[in-house]
Write a protein that binds this ligand. Sequence first.
Ligand code: SF4
Ligand code: SF4
Length: 306
Amino acid sequence: MELVIEKKQIKDWLIELKKENIVIDSKKSVLPIKQYFFPPQEDFFIFDKKTKQLDSPDYKKEIIIVCHHLGQLEAMTQLDEIMEKPNSDFFYWQRREKSILIGLIDESVEVAPGGDLILEKINSKQYRVLILTDKGKKIVKNKFFKEIAKPKVKKYSGEENPFKEMLLDSELLADAVEWSKGHKIWDELAKKCLGCGICTYVCPLCHCFLIQDRVSLDDKKCIRCRQWDACTLPEFAKIAGGHNFHKTIKERYYNWFYHKFVRAYKEYGKAQCVACGSCGRSCPAGINIGDVLKEIVKDYKKYEKE
Ligand code: SF4
Ligand code: SF4
């Protein structure tokens, strides 16, 4: 028996599930799902100078995210791991634990990459249910879902993505990127890259941040906040006293790759990339990370043979 929902009933089900706080992450969304748990800027606490009281944000809000990308769901599984180990990120988990992630996927799902529940298109009228967590189990116990003995199942293939295949060998990518530090490609990319940080902001897996204390304009409150940071920004590796570990864009851009493919492999056993292509689509300089990796791996393999 398969649990299915009719396509035309999905909207009604979502409305009944929760009247507010439903976010639809469409294929055109620029910022990744991470923004709902790790916002671009968030206040940790606010200190009122007059009352001497500390206030913190309200994390009671529940959120349902309906996502159309398998890559985003896969990235969330990885981001959960990053935000749990080695230290659990309190602020991330306050929101994450109150969320439900639903994949609404118009292609056949070989391996469910993450989320609480995936609705997989099986024909033009129906979606099959893949339950991944207890949260997912709870929200399908209602009149919208039916057990069907043998639903008509069609194959829907996703877009071909050779970059995705490269990611299967994280060890090779880690070795190649580490070896490439002196490669001419970093000089070429340094001439192109504007150091704007957009690739990091749109990446579902980049998670570096900075912490700032600021004072409200009326001087009544002090606020500690964190905001997204990016390897490519000029001040990323600047420390107290003014020393900058990565002064040049070449160093900073290489560091972005190093973190994603070398450090991530050493710490978590895989690259922090799901080949979603968002960074390439948003880069004002037209840099495509898949092409960069391809060139590095090709030269690394040649070097290995020599
Ligand atoms: S988006 Fe492009 S130009 Fe901007 S920092 Fe990233 S690689 Fe450089
Ligand atoms: S393709 Fe770019 S945006 Fe997507 S996960 Fe990889 S590095 Fe991040």
